[in-house]
Design a protein around this ligand. Structure first.
Ligand SMILES: Cc1cc2nc3c(=O)[nH]c(=O)nc-3n(C[C@H](O)[C@H](O)[C@H](O)COP(=O)(O)OP(=O)(O)OC[C@H]3O[C@@H](n4cnc5c(N)ncnc54)[C@H](O)[C@@H]3O)c2cc1C
Length: 335
C-alpha cells in the first residue's frame, strides 16, 4: 500500500478544505468497506485520505419537503430500520439482499452510490477500461459479468451501485459540495453517472475535491396516487454477492392502470440504465404477466451482449418483468 496522510474533519467545510489543498490528491473514506480494499491494492493512490465518518450534518434521515433527506453517512442498517423509509419498498428489497452484518453496519449510502466497478480487470490493475497495450481485455477475455448495454465505447464494466437504480427510478437528488468552499449543488441522481472514455475520467460527475453530503428522495404520495416501487435483483449466492442484473420500478397506478412508470436496470451497463422503452410499454396498461413480460422484452430489445454474457439479456428481461409484478403486488413463485 502506498503511504498516505490521514485527515479526520468534523464538518463539511473542513472536509472540503482538506480535499482541496493544491497539489494534494485525496480520497474520501466513509465506511471503508471498499476504499480500504482499493488502497491495499494500490488501485487508488491518494496522498491524503479524508475520513468523513464523524461529520454530524451528514448522518441520519429526516423528513424534508414532503420526502426524506438521507445523510450520506447513513448506514445500510440505519436505512433499513428507519420508519421514514418504510414506504420506499424498492430500497428495502435491496437491503434484504445484502446479507452480511459487517456491510450492513459499516457500509454507507453514498459509499454504495460511489462504489467503483467490481470488474475483475479493474480490480487487477488494468484500469477502469480494462486495457493492455491499447487493447480491451474485456472485449476478447472473460466478460461474463460485463455490460450488455452502453458497451460500444471503451467502458464495458457494469455500474456497481445497488441503490442507484431504485433511487433514480424514485427521482432522487444528491447534494454535492466542493471544490470551492461554498459550492453546493443539487443534482438529479440520473445525471450523476458517466460512461468514461479514459481511465482518468471516473464513473461519476464528481470532480476532485467534491463529495456527496445528502440524498433527497421525493415523498411517495403524489397527486395521481401513491408511488409503488420495487427492485428485483438476480444474485448467484444466498450470502454476500453482487447482482448479475437488477431492475427497479417506480410507478403510479390509478384504477388498476399505470399512469406513470420509471424503470431502471442495474449491473447491465457502465451506468444505471434507464429504460424508456420499458416504461412506454407499461404506461396506460394494467400490470399483468403479459404486459410485464412485454415491458421486459422492450427493455432488452437494444441489448448488445459481449461474447460471454448473452445470458444477462434473459436476466435483465426477467428482472424488469418481476420488478413490475412485485411493485404491483403480484409477485408469484417462479421466473
Ligand atoms: C469484502 C467485501 C465484499 C462486499 N461485497 C458486497 C456485495 O457483494 N454486495 C454489496 O452490495 N456490497 C458489498 N460490499 C459493500 C460495499 O462496499 C458497499 O457498496 C458499501 O455501501 C460501501 O460503503 P462504504 O461507506 O463502506 O464506502 P467506502 O469504502 O468508504 O467508499 C466507497 C467509495 O465511495 C467513495 N465515497 C464514499 N462516500 C462518499 C461521499 N460521501 N462522497 C463521495 N465519495 C464517497 C469512496 O471514496 C470510495 O471510492 C462489500 C464490501 C466488502 C468489504
Amino acid at each position: 500500500m502506498t503511504p498516505f496522510e490521514y485527515a479526520h474533519p468534523r464538518s463539511e467545510a473542513e472536509a472540503v478544505e482538506l480535499m482541496n489543498e493544491p497539489g494534494t490528491s485525496t480520497a474520501v473514506l466513509a465506511g471503508g468497506t471498499d476504499l480500504i480494499r482499493l488502497l491495499r491494492r494500490d488501485l487508488v493512490t491518494p496522498q491524503r485520505v479524508v475520513n468523513i465518518k464523524d461529520i454530524p450534518s451528514m448522518q441520519g434521515i429526516k423528513p424534508v419537503d414532503g420526502g426524506v433527506m438521507i445523510g450520506a453517512l447513513t448506514t445500510l442498517e440505519d436505512l433499513a430500520a428507519s420508519p421514514l423509509m418504510s414506504e420506499y419498498h424498492s430500497l428495502h428489497h435491496v437491503l434484504d439482499g445484502i446479507r452480511a452484518i459487517q456491510i450492513q453496519s459499516s457500509g454507507t449510502v453514498a459509499g454504495d452510490l460511489c462504489h467503483l466497478p467490481n470488474c475483475w480487470y479493474f480490480r487487477n490493475g488494468y484500469g477502469l477500461l480494462g486495457m493492455e497495450n491499447g487493447e480491451s481485455l474485456v472485449e476478447t477475455g472473460d466478460n461474463r459479468y460485463h455490460a450488455i448495454f452502453g458497451n460500444r465505447g471503451p467502458a464495458k464494466f457494469v455500474s456497481a451501485s445497488r441503490f442507484a437504480p431504485g433511487m433514480i427510478a424514485g427521482q432522487a437528488r444528491v447534494r454535492v459540495v466542493g471544490p470551492k468552499p461554498d459550492a453546493e449543488e443539487w443534482l438529479p441522481l440520473e445525471y450523476f453517472y458517466i460512461t468514461p472514455k479514459t481511465n482518468a475520467q471516473g464513473v461519476t460527475v464528481l470532480k476532485p475535491g467534491q463529495l456527496i453530503t445528502h440524498v433527497w428522495l421525493p415523498g411517495t404520495d403524489t397527486a395521481q396516487g401513491k408511488v409503488q416501487s420495487s427492485t428485483y435483483e438476480v444474485l448467484q449466492l444466498e450470502g454476500l454477492d453482487w447482482p448479475l442484473a437488477s431492475a427497479a420500478v417506480s410507478m403510479v397506478v390509478q384504477s388498476g392502470v399505470v399512469q406513470d412508470a420509471r424503470i431502471v436496470l442495474g449491473h447491465v451497463a457502465p451506468v444505471p440504465w434507464i429504460s424508456h422503452e420499458a416504461s412506454r410499454t407499461i404506461i396506460g396498461r394494467r400490470v399483468t404477466e403479459e404486459t410485464a413480460a412485454a415491458a421486459g422484452e422492450a427493455a432488452v430489445a437494444s441489448a448488445t451482449p459481449l461474447s460471454n454474457n448473452g445470458y444477462k439479456v434473459q436476466l435483465a428481461r426477467t428482472c424488469v418483468k418481476r420488478a413490475l409484478l412485485r411493485a404491483a403486488g403480484q409477485e408469484t413463485g417462479g421466473l
